[in-house]
Design a protein around this ligand. Structure first.
Ligand code: KG4
Ligand code: ZN
Length: 324
């Protein structure tokens, strides 16, 4: 079954063609990052207008790359929520119009459920197809808008074990990057600078060690006050690298602690890491390190390609297939 999927919830216009929820024939992503660099973040009105411009060209490219015509497509999928309303409307109206005109079913998908299926994706031309993920799966989703730790017992049978009660980890990466003058988006910039810094330079607090849910606003605030007290040192590259590394260390520890607790409690067959922050190699490495200490560790998967980590339509096509 081939699904044509559309994602436009934030600042990426994306259209993909995905077969049987896993094989990605195309996943075209038009990023608006350049537009939002000036403002240091996404301006909803600007984002919606950019989606209008990009949507049809991206749709055409995705169908061309996948070498499909409408007769090959079995359904149209689209991100329903959450997201910026103006941006979501562009995707949903496009999908609804296409489904109506081509007489295909319309499948609406929650954006977070989309992220949860990103580790299932493989490029269609892959030599060896990785085995199908085995349930139950423990998923740590870490994106710009949300953090969630979810136990998946079946498709659509999700138990949320923990979620963010204030800033998500991605948001904290973005805000700390801005404080450090590293620009937008902050996650990749912090990761790069952290490679050059000392993670033990400053001991920032590990968020809600004993609590059930995730919280990153305390960590962000503590970085803010530390920088306020050391403003003159922001010109020093080494200082910036050390703060990036120390912040990343605290954020990753907070995520990994909850994940490891849940692995012991629920003994899943697999552990998946998804969402924009799953692109972070340091976080992936830390999880692998923790798993290697477990006697019979669950299988670890993160999205195979970096483009499946951040917002993309292929993940929406996967979730639509498995949850239809
Ligand atoms: O999932 P996503 O694309 O959008 C939402 O649904 O929110 O996540 C975007 C977030 C941003 O906060 C960005 O800074 C973060 O993912 N991110 C990273 C990395 N790449 C993207 N955070 C840490 N390290 C990275 N390499
Ligand atoms: Zn997302």
């Amino acid at each position: 079954m081939k699904i044509l999927a559309i994602e436009s919830s934030c600042d990426e216009t994306s259209v993909a063609v995905v077969e049987d929820g896993r094989r990605v024939h195309s996943n075209v992503i038009a990023s608006q990052i350049a537009k939002h660099v000036e403002t240091g973040g996404v301006v909803p009105e600007v984002a919606a207008r950019e989606h209008i411009k990009a949507m049809i060209p991206v749709l055409k490219m995705a169908m061309q790359e996948a070498k499909v015509n409408w007769k090959d497509i079995d359904a149209v999928a689209v991100t329903k929520e959450p997201g910026l309303i103006g941006s979501l409307v562009v995707g949903r109206v496009t999908a609804a119009a296409l489904a109506f005109a081509q007489d295909k079913p319309l499948l609406e998908v929650n954006h977070i459920h989309g992220h949860m299926y990103a580790p299932w994706l493989v490029p269609a031309d892959i030599q060896e197809m990785p085995a199908e993920p085995q349930l139950p799966i423990l998923i740590l989703t870490v994106s710009g808008g949300h953090n969630e730790l979810v136990l998946v017992r079946g498709h659509g049978d999700f138990e949320i074990l923990a979620e963010s009660i204030d800033d998500s980890a991605g948001e904290a990466f973005d805000k700390v990057a801005r404080l450090l003058g590293l620009g937008y988006p902050g996650g990749p910039a912090i990761e790069e600078r952290a490679k050059l810094g000392n993670p033990e330079a400053v001991k920032f607090p590990i968020a809600l060690r004993k609590e059930k849910n995730f919280s990153f606003s305390g960590l962000k605030t503590s970085v803010f006050y530390y920088l306020k007290d050391n403003e003159s040192r922001l010109k020093d590259e080494t200082f910036v690298n050390d703060i990036a590394a120390s912040f990343q260390e605290a954020a990753v520890q907070a995520l990994v602690q909850k994940l490891v607790q849940a692995i012991h409690e629920y003994a899943p067959k697999e552990v998946h890491l998804t969402g924009g922050v799953s692109a972070n190699r340091f976080l992936r490495g830390r999880i692998e390190e923790e798993l290697s200490r477990i006697q019979i560790p669950p299988l670890f998967r993160a999205p195979l390609k970096m483009e499946y980590c951040t917002d993309n339509a292929a993940m929406i096509g996967a979730a639509a297939f498995f949850m239809r």
